[in-house]
Design a protein around this ligand. Structure first.
Ligand SMILES: Cc1cc2nc3c(=O)[nH]c(=O)nc-3n(C[C@H](O)[C@H](O)[C@H](O)COP(=O)(O)OP(=O)(O)OC[C@H]3O[C@@H](n4cnc5c(N)ncnc54)[C@H](O)[C@@H]3O)c2cc1C
Length: 423
């Protein structure tokens, strides 16, 4: 069993070299995932001298190892957003999530990125009737205020989405879908370089030093200077920027891929090739591979860190319970990555002490991260199109969190108990 992402078989992230620029960059971006690369692409196309640093390789973080599912659901739901921010602002925030899907489609088309984009839709099956009711309530609010091609389907009506009995129905979306995440990040890297961005990796940004006309960042190769700085480190930032470390925390997620299966078997499990995410607190997400020969599933398998084989066994058990027909199939790949959350469970974009940041997509950043990278780039340029409905939403800290998410196992145990007993 391989412990690298299955996606890397087709598009493995690779180092880009460590030659530092000999002049001051207009913008220095820390983090070479979808956020940082998308920002770099926008800035370079607008004639800026852009440098991107990645501690490992572009696409090494979540961007090269995620499920590749493109979606637009925000964790609080439209009803939650309206409750917190009022109808106008709540709807405006939601519309940006919808816009992020249009954005990723057009960026992939404009840059000619070959990444198996397939907008076959998504299905969110309800595990319990009360999940269905909660989902239906938010669906009705979305129908009232927004125009989204989606529908609720009952327990007997989801055969076209997934061949797994026992769900209580669910939400079917028609305008979302999936892509090959590592091909997408590789394509973005190439597009940013083509537009003139300099990408330096592996090279870790170690410290930010303020200068009269901008910033310097200390690295093992020396200092890099820039007029503006964007932090796009998501769930991999560690203690590099303490303001974010206290407000954005990493949550691990693990995925498995099965061995190659017969195309007919995979097609029978996913008749319309939709991406599936269930409604558990400790949710599972699963999909066919783009070539239709494997099944991939992700979740958080263990409360405490465990070796890959243990995690793979646990996820395989989940997969078998969803698809008994896969009991004989073996697991070919298991890998993990960090998802970034903040305490409001909302993506965040802004500026602190003159330093821009965009991150915290709560496991739904495939579309949103590129969109926020683009918006962050426009903000840096002072372009009014950089405004978003997320601007100025509070990014809160907690007195009990200082960079070590000790509370996650406690929360996970609570979630598991709730999933088990259904409350
Ligand atoms: C297993 C898994 C499954 C997921 N599935 C989905 C899905 O199906 N759909 C969806 O929408 N979202 C999914 N996500 C989330 C999605 O992948 C992320 O929201 C998105 O990739 C975030 O991109 P990013 O560029 O902000 O961060 P990342 O891609 O994580 O990039 C951050 C980069 O910063 C670099 N870095 C960190 N510190 C430094 C430093 N000091 N100096 C230099 N570089 C540094 C890291 O090396 C890393 O490459 C998943 C995530 C994981 C882990």
């Amino acid at each position: 069993m391989k412990t690298e992402p299955f996606w890397w078989e087709a598009a493995k992230p690779s180092p880009t070299g460590v030659a530092l620029p000999d002049s001051v960059s207009d913008v220095l971006i820390i983090g070479g995932g979808y956020t940082g690369l998308s920002a770099a692409l926008t800035l370079a196309k607008k004639g800026q001298a852009v440098t991107v640093l990645d501690a490992e390789m572009p696409g090494f973080g979540a961007s090269g190892r995620n499920g590749g599912m493109i979606g637009n659901l925000l964790k609080p739901g439209l009803s939650g957003l309206i409750e917190s921010y009022g109808t106008d602002r709540g709807c405006a925030i939601y519309k940006e999530a919808l816009a992020s899907v249009d954005f990723i489609k057009s960026r992939i088309a404009e840059e000619g990125i070959d990444c198996d984009l397939s907008l076959t839709g998504r299905f969110y099956p309800a595990v319990l009737e009360k999940h269905y009711r909660a989902m239906n309530n938010d669906f009705e609010v979305r129908q009232k205020y927004l125009d989204i091609p989606e529908e609720m389907v009952g327990p007997g009506d989801y055969a076209e989405d997934v061949d797994s009995p026992g769900y209580k129905g669910g939400l079917r979306q028609h305008h979302t879908g999936g892509l090959h995440p590592a091909k997408y990040v590789t394509g973005l890297t190439k597009a940013a370089i083509r537009a003139g961005a300099r990408i330096i990796a592996p090279l870790r940004a170690e410290e930010i030093i303020r200068k009269p006309a901008g910033f310097a960042v200390r690295t093992a190769q020396g200092e890099l200077t820039a007029r503006a700085l964007l932090i796009a480190t998501n769930g991999y930032g560690g203690g590099f920027f303490p303001f974010l470390q206290k407000r954005v925390f990493p949550v691990g997620s693990t995925m498995i891929a099965t061995e190659e299966l017969s195309e007919n078997l995979v097609a029978s499990l996913f008749p319309t090739k939709r991406m599936i995410t269930d409604t558990r607190k400790m949710l599972s997400y699963y999909r066919p591979s783009p070539d239709g020969r494997r099944v991939l599933l992700g979740a958080r398998p263990n409360v405490f860190p465990a070796p890959p084989e243990v995690q793979a066994r646990s996820l395989k058990k989940t997969l078998d319970s969803i698809f008994p027909a896969l009991r004989q199939a073996s697991v070919s790949h298991v890998w993990s990555g960090n998802v970034a959350y903040d305490f409001a469970a909302m993506p965040t974009i802004g500026k602190h002490d003159g330093i821009f940041y965009a991150m915290g997509y709560c496991g739904s950043g495939v579309a949103m991260s590129g969109y926020f990278g683009h918006k962050a780039a426009l903000k840096i340029l002072g372009d009014p199109d950089g405004e978003t409905a997320f601007d100025d939403l509070p990014l809160e800290d907690r007195f009990y969190y200082n960079g070590r998410p000790w509370f996650l196992p406690v929360a996970m145990i609570g979630y598991r108990v709730r999933d088990y007993f259904g409350f």
